[in-house]
Design a protein around this ligand. Sequence first.
Ligand code: ADP
Length: 446
Amino acid sequence: MFKKVLIANRGEIAVRVIATLRRMGVASVAVHSEADRFAPHVRLADEAVCVGPAPVAESYLDIDAILAAVRETGAEAVHPGYGFLSENPEFAAALQREGVAFIGPRPEHMRAFSLKHTAREIAEKSGVPLLPGSPLIVDLDDAMTQAGEIGYPVIIKASAGGGGRGMKVARDEEDLSVALATARSEAGAAFGDDAVYIEKYLEKPRHIEIQVVGDGRGGSVHLGERDWSLQRRHQKVWEEANSPALNDEERARIGEICARAVADLGYSGAGTIEFLYEDGNFYFIEMNTRLQVEHPVTEAITGIDLVHEQIRVASGAGLSVTQDEVRFEGHAIECRINAEDPRTFVPSPGTITHFHTPGGLGIRVDSGVYSGYKIPPYYDSLIGKLIVHGRNRVECMMRLRRALDEFVVDGINTTLPLFRDLVGNIDIANGDYDIHWLENYLAAKD
Ligand code: ADP
């Protein structure tokens, strides 16, 4: 096992990785920008290295600066968290050249899944169900032909896309030219790559993703699904496991398909295979080759520490569980607490004057702040996550309501009021929502 691991990240995820390292008896190294000197992950790690000024390009995304911190501290492995360098194959390859382990998949797998159209090709070969779609689009004529074959409505998607950008829906031929041009220019501006393809657009799907972990040697497990159909601008707001929409048979079937695909690829580490789900069918949309923000809901229902599994696999120790040993117990929900206005979602950095987290049976808070902490304006607005577990969904919702009432964050705006509102909603109580539910609900309130 590694003796020392560097965490190339900040905020709640750096704190969360440090917790597992500490439990495993592995020393931790934090990296931080000048703006993050007083951040919790810096205080909690065994060592900390300043890697540059506040802007991410000059600190958390600066591969040379992170490599220098690795050399200086003698870390044997790097955990990238999520975001930042976590899906950057050049970073993983650079570490490999230094003889340092990257706690994540091999660079070639990261590369293959970073483009959605190559991911589709791999999924298709691996027997994972797909939405009808096109190869990369050449020009408007080509788009017309492809969309005609697929059947309207269609969605034009940036192959390099992420974070919901570079996606445009076309309901008919007339929409297509504007949608194509907008998707291309958005993709070019955001990702420096304007390649797009077309996919069938589903009207009322749920978004369901399967957690997998591969050992890199042909072994793998799936840890069930997470449902994040409650989303805003294609971004997650509320995540739960199990999905209120799936039964045990469907879970086992899609889980086995994913686990087999990952094993056949020789994939190493944690990954998430994302699907849209409609009328009992799953359709692959992309794979994320990293730990996800919402991984704690999976940890809650399986009792398996995903960071521990990631570290074991990267060190060559293999997985600690077999598929037969994986059990899904009860229900879990995660709410993302963002430093944002709960109505406009405009970021709200500033000083947290009082921070009190709920506790008790079935309650977990992963956070990267404390009372008196000044949130710097340079980074993501996620300040923490509330994860609640119950023996069933009803108990989980009751506990969630109580936990939300106890949660105090003073001095800044947060999304807590939104969750207090949602937890009392009848559709949410019934688990009766699709990917458009939240936006429709927010629009109706305005
Ligand atoms: P990103 O990588 O930008 O997050 P995804 O492919 O994961 O994009 O899709 C994010 C969200 O976009 C989905 O949860 C869904 O709301 C919407 N979406 C993507 N593809 C489709 C589709 N074919 N039909 C309907 N909605 C879609």
